[in-house]
Design a protein around this ligand. Structure first.
Ligand SMILES: [Fe+2]
Ligand SMILES: [Fe+2]
Length: 171
């Protein structure tokens, strides 16, 4: 009977658990989604599909970098993550944003437009590695007892939803 009780207890806990993922899970899920879109971009020759994928990638990356910059990175700095690591991440975000603006200003068929998307995917791949690799930013953040990753996840999820709405409406 003990096993049955454990099972129902687990089910109850799962169903009442709050919807937001922890901060690291939320950010990693974003990374996986964008990687999928970059792969699809590589594989298609359709201009309209490329445009749609580029739109989705640019929107997702703008929102993702913003919630990291507003919420996650400052919390990491406050918890004592190395400044040079965090500074590098900021600079990489700035580089990505410049390319995103150029991609958004252009369209499929424009000179160098595909190359810009390709280079953006390489920049993001490098940046994601810095965040996710062994002993990278996320691993270091997990070791900081001061960082409440659940609370940060909840905060970022709410902010992400707001920004998605805002930016989809051209804000
Ligand atoms: Fe990230
Ligand atoms: Fe980042």
């Amino acid at each position: 009977m003990a096993a049955t009780q454990t099972h129902s207890e687990t089910k109850r806990r799962t169903s009442t658990r709050k919807a937001a993922p922890d901060a690291i899970k939320l950010l990693k899920d974003d990374h996986r989604q964008v990687e999928e879109w970059f792969e699809a971009f590589e594989k298609t020759n359709s201009g309209s599909k490329k445009q749609k994928l580029a739109d989705d990638i640019c929107l997702a990356l703008k929102v993702h970098t913003q919630i990291e910059e507003e919420i996650f990175y400052p919390a990491c700095r406050e918890a004592g993550l190395e400044e040079d690591l965090m500074d590098e991440a900021d600079v990489e975000h700035d580089g990505a944003k410049k390319l995103i603006a150029e991609i958004e200003a252009g369209k499929p068929g424009d000179d160098h437009w595909d190359a810009k998307v390709k280079v953006l995917s390489e920049m993001i791949k490098h940046h994601v590695k810095e965040e996710e690799q062994r002993d990278g930013m996320f691993a270091k953040a997990k070791k900081k007892a001061d960082l409440d990753l659940d609370a940060l996840g909840e905060e970022m999820q709410a902010r992400k939803a707001d920004l998605m709405k805002q930016k989809k409406n051209g804000g």
